[in-house]
Every structure is written in C-alpha cells, then in structure tokens.
Write a protein that binds this ligand. Sequence first.
Ligand code: BGP
Length: 472
Amino acid sequence: MQLIVNKKFPDNFLWGAATSSFQVEGAWNDDGKGLSVIDMKKKDSTITDFTVASDHYHMYKKDIKLMAELGLKAYRFSVAWTRIFPNGRGEINKKGVEFYNNLINELLKYGIEPILTIYHFDYPQKLVEEYGGWISRKSIEDYVNYACFLFKTFGDRVKYWLTINEQDHVMRMPYRLGIKEKDKKVAEKLGYQACHNMCVATAKTIENFRKLLPRCKIGPAVSYSMVYPATNKPEDILASRDCMLVRYNYLLDLHCKGKYSPPYWKYLQDRNLTPTIYENDEKLLTENKPDFIGINYYATSTVRYFPATDENPIGTKFGKLLPEGESGIYMKIRNDNLKTTDWGWEIDPIGLRLCLKELYDRYELPLLITENGLGAHDKLENNEIVNDDYRIDYLRQHIEQVKLAINEDIPVIGYCVWSFMDLVSGHDGFDKRYGLVYVNREDFDLKDLRRIKKKSFYWYKRVIETNGEKLY
Ligand code: BGP
C-alpha cells in the first residue's frame, strides 16, 4: 500500500550499533574468565585466531570514544557469562564484574544507552560438563541466578535488556549447546528440549526482572525473516507459511503467547521431537511476556512445496544445521528478484518492513532491531580508508524501510547496525567484516589492531545527527 510519508523517527529513537562478547572482546582466558562452549570450539580454530578477536577487552575506552564520535544513542553488547561466573554459577569473578561496570560507566559518560544481552552463544562449558547445559532442566536455575545477578549489579544503570540471543540457532547447533551427541536424531530432539528450557528460563527471568527492575524493559533477541512462496500455487503459499512457523513464529508464540501453537505441536509429534513440559510451564510462560521483541534481520528466503516421499519421508532435512529444506514442508529456492551478499544471503530491505508488520500484527509489542548489517570483504586502501559504499547502500535501504514502517505506526524503538566494529564472524572469521569501524588484522596476522573509520561510519554519523532525515 502506498501511503503519504509524513511521520518521522521519534526523538528518542535508539540509533545503535551492536557486538557480542566472544566476537569482539578477545582476552578469552584473561583475568579469571572461565571457558565457554565457543572457546572450546574455537581455541584451536583453523579459520581465525579468535582468542584476541578485536581486543575490545583492553581497548574498550578507545572504542567507546569512537562510539561517542559516531554519535551513537545506544550500544548493544553482551556480557560473557564466564567472565562473571567462570564456572557458570557459584564463585563470582570480581575482575569480570569490574570490566562491565567500567564499560557501562564509560558508555553513560558519553550519554550512550547500554542495551545489555545477557547471553549471546558463549554458554559456560562447566555447566555442560556438569549436567549437559541447556538440555537439562537444571540449566534454568543457573541462567536465572546469573541474570538476577546482572540485574542487581548493573540494573541501576542499564534500562534495556535482552535475554537470549538467537536461541533458535543455539538449539540447532550442537556445538553452541556444547553437546557431543553423534546420533543426529537424538541431537535434534535434545535441541528442542533445550529450546523449551530456554523459554522457561526466559519466563522465570522476566518474573524476577519485574520485581527487581520494574521500570526497565526486557525482551528476547531472535533471528526473524520472511519466507516467500516461489509461485502463486496454493501449495507453495502453504509451504511458505509452514516454513515461517517452524523456523520463526513457533518461538515468538512461546515467548509472547506462552504456548505451542497446535500445528507446531503436531509438527513436533510427527517427528518425535516434543519436549518434556512441566505442569507449571505454560502458566509461567503466559504470565511473563516480554516488553518488546528484539529482531536480528539480514535476509529473506523463498520456498516451494516439497512433498515427502518413501525415499525422503516426513522429517528428512536437507542442508546443514539451518536446513535448506524439510520433506513434507518446503525446499528453498533462489529468488531471482534479489541480489545476494558474497555469502549468498539475499538482500531484501522491503523484507525488513514486512517482518516488522508481521511481528506487530501477531504480537502487538514494540520492536527493537537488534542486528542488521552487511558482511563483506572490505579492503583497506592506502592504509587509511575503507570505501564501503555497498554497506552504505545496504544500511540506507533498510533504514528507509524502517522509516516507512514507523510511518505506518509500527512502534519500532531502535535500530542497531551489526556491527559497531569489525569482529569475528560467527562462521567466517575475519574474512567477513560487518563493522562501521575497520580493525586492522587478518585471520591469523594480528597486525596492530588499529581502528580505522570506514566511509559508512561517517554516513551513519550524519543519519544519527539528522535523526534519520538525511539518508543520502
Ligand atoms: C547473528 C548473530 C551474530 C552475528 C551475525 C552475523 O546470527 O547473532 O552474532 O554473527 O549473525 O552472522 P555471521 O557472522 O555468521 O555472518
């Protein structure tokens, strides 16, 4: 629908940028930090040296100065659970607490609103060794205790909180769960139990949050996207809706409606994936909904119906951990209308507006874009400049769509570029860069870790200065 564009970004819009602890901090075993599941996987990595990452742990003051120069209104970061509790629970590591106290104080010094992610993939290895981590019910209490410690320690200064980053990815990636189960079917079922436990942990955390920090706001950070039908055939349309359900909506139904939708429960039953649910769980989930939804948005996908056959019975998945297809539901196809990144992610700014509309229709909660950005092979020219016009184009087009969503009265409260600075990519090391600030290192050559403002830094600075009015 074409509308008259006469609404602006609200004055208190959170123009932000994001990072996560293991991707940016480095100092992987300094000052008493314990090991996380990510450390276990990556300490011997052949992709990149992540132990130093961007060395933000030692350079945070410099980095925050750059954030201030950029004019950031908000900075989304995550706390490394094992810096606070090296064993996941019990003994507290004062040095870790001190680091985040300093970081938060430094942000506030420049008027930058901290948005704190409680846990972003780096789950304590010790808890996995003790009882299996998220796959065990015991994990709930330890997460809640950890979160409550953060509320009591930083809640006087941090207003916006994110519970768990992309639990939909964690549950599908055994290494992010820390489990070593070889049997794929068993591992998959454990993932669904872990997902349920994470939802209950989130609800219990929110229950405590309401008592401890009644004036603050909390929500999950989920990956979210649109799934388009490949054609106008009704079965393709059904496939796209079903794929939306099993990939994205099931999780927000749990967080925001407090229940498994009937079709999703049937999907789990047919595949023998139903988790064990305790008597009180539904009540807990229904009574403790988030204040807002955080979404990480990068790309959309397109699917056609893919019927199950004797060869590929219901439940068969294709592709890696995030399946390209599931027999009986969908198979992804390439969308020729969209360009892709160097990693094949389909660039789709309108898809972001569609997501915002879809989410608000379904859950009627304020929305915070917790991640959006472009991974690219950036080149440092003449040792001093990075001309990342492609990133400016990407960000501009997405912000334009956010503006149009706001014009339709969808309550979007903020937008965080992924990422503030170059950092270790989830799967692609330092080859794939997202930052507004370049970090001078390669995968295994740490060079001088110098910070260099990219062209997109200057562009985003103007966007913030003009509250989203000047996008060109
Ligand atoms: C999200 C994660 C981030 C970040 C981003 C980009 O899933 O929350 O931590 O990694 O994706 O992904 P990648 O680094 O794999 O390109």
